[in-house]
Ligand binder design. Structure first.
Ligand SMILES: Cc1ncc(COP(=O)(O)O)c(C=O)c1O
Length: 386
């Protein structure tokens, strides 16, 4: 694909009858789905080609990991994030939501607590609940147009029995890329208080703020390396979330063993299609990735501009992800999701993220779709103010 080619992302692909979770929710209704985090773009051509070869082979038996996959991941992490990892740190998984649940079960005793910062991607709230581990919720602090950690509150909230921090970095839904100055003192508290860190970095390759740089939590110090599980996947970046392939990077052998033990017999193996897609994504889709970031940045800028002119809605500029976090509290509407569905746009409600009054909008779509959604939002909001 030519580097300057944006037409790939402009294509409107009809997903209404494709058994897509995102689109099935509003099948045959006048609602554009902008909720769950998958994008409406075709994935990179090398991924499509790799999957075509798998399909044409025609036998879908149990799979082993392709020989070159670990090397491709090691190379990607080194090139993109300056992180040198060892092959035996990698644990392959069929998804990261299951990894959050495995971490809660395998690394936290029943009488110990998990802690996380809110608002947060809902499985961070449900994983401790399903695992019957109490959860401490620390609200992110909002100051001068951006969310950050309130470290004093965090330190006061955790105790001797807090075993695991579920950290989202970059953050879904607030779109922050945490800086070294923010991460370092957080990691220092965790080390001092003996709290393991599970750093979900699934969005690490979707940094769209030109001056921001993703810092893998595990790279902050040797102690951080030994105290952190990092979760990653091709799924968000290369738009292959339905292929069910992800990995954890766990340098500490004892933690890796406990994590693996908790997954044994419950978490299924990765399938051949998932491996093939991941290999082609990280191995051969660099141009597509660069183009995607440019396209998303333009969508984001357009969205920020549009929302600024809407009375009652506010948003900060996301630094990463294709997810916008909208503050709709000034609209004073009890059911915001329903209000916008009636207007023709399907958004995620903030309550699921522990933040009623907010909405999450997925702008990983062709610009035309985004513009249509913005028109509908504008019409609905302006009617309110008449
Ligand atoms: C922070 C975060 N973790 C995990 C996931 C989903 O992971 P998976 O589809 O591999 O279970 C998402 C999806 O949006 C996410 O935003």
């Amino acid at each position: 694909m030519a580097t300057e080619d944006q037409t790939y992302f402009e294509a409107i692909i009809d997903r209404r009858h494709s058994d897509s979770l995102k689109w099935a929710k509003y099948r045959d209704r006048y609602i554009l789905p902008m909720w769950v985090a998958d994008m409406d773009f075709r994935c990179p051509p090398p991924v499509i080609e790799a999957l075509r070869q798998q399909v044409e082979h025609g036998i879908f038996g149990y799979a082993v990991r392709p020989d070159s996959l670990n090397a491709v991941i090691i190379n990607w992490l080194s090139q993109q994030h300056g992180w040198t990892i060892q092959e035996d740190w990698l644990v392959w998984l069929p998804g990261l939501v299951c990894a959050l649940n495995v971490a809660c079960r395998g690394l936290v005793q029943p009488n110990q607590q998990v802690v996380t910062f809110t608002p947060i991607y809902p499985p961070f709230l449900s994983a401790p609940h399903y695992s019957q581990r109490p959860l401490i919720r620390c609200p992110l602090q909002y100051e001068t147009g951006r969310y950050t950690f309130d470290l004093e509150q965090f330190e006061n909230a955790v105790g001797d029995n807090t075993a695991l921090l579920l950290l989202c970095s970059p953050h879904n839904p607030v779109g922050r890329v945490w800086t070294k100055d923010e991460l370092e003192p957080l990691v220092e508290i965790c080390l001092r208080k003996n709290i393991l860190i599970c750093s979900d970095e699934i969005h690490c390759d979707l940094v769209i703020k030109p001056t921001a740089r993703q810092i893998p939590t595990a790279t902050l110090s040797d102690a951080a390396t030994q105290n952190t599980i990092t979760l990653m996947a091709a799924s968000k970046t290369f738009n292959v979330p339905g292929l069910n392939c992800a990995f954890a990077v766990i340098p500490n052998p004892q933690i890796r063993q406990r994590f693996r033990q908790a997954a044994f017999g419950i978490v299924p193996h990765v399938n051949a299609i998932g491996y093939a897609g991941t290999l082609a994504a990280f191995g051969q889709s660099h141009d597509w990735h660069k183009q995607l970031l440019d396209y998303l940045r333009q969508n984001r800028d357009l969205l920020v501009e549009a929302v600024r002119s809407l009375p009652g809605l506010k948003m900060d500029t996301p630094e990463a992800t294709y997810l916008a976090w909208l503050d709709g509290r000034d609209l004073d509407i009890s059911n915001l999701v329903e209000f916008f569905e009636v207007a023709g746009v399907g958004l995620s409600g903030g309550a699921e993220f522990d933040a009623p009054g907010f909405l999450r909008l997925n702008f990983g779509c062709p610009r035309k779709t985004l513009l249509t959604a913005l028109d509908r939002i504008r019409t609905a909001v302006s009617k309110l103010r008449r």
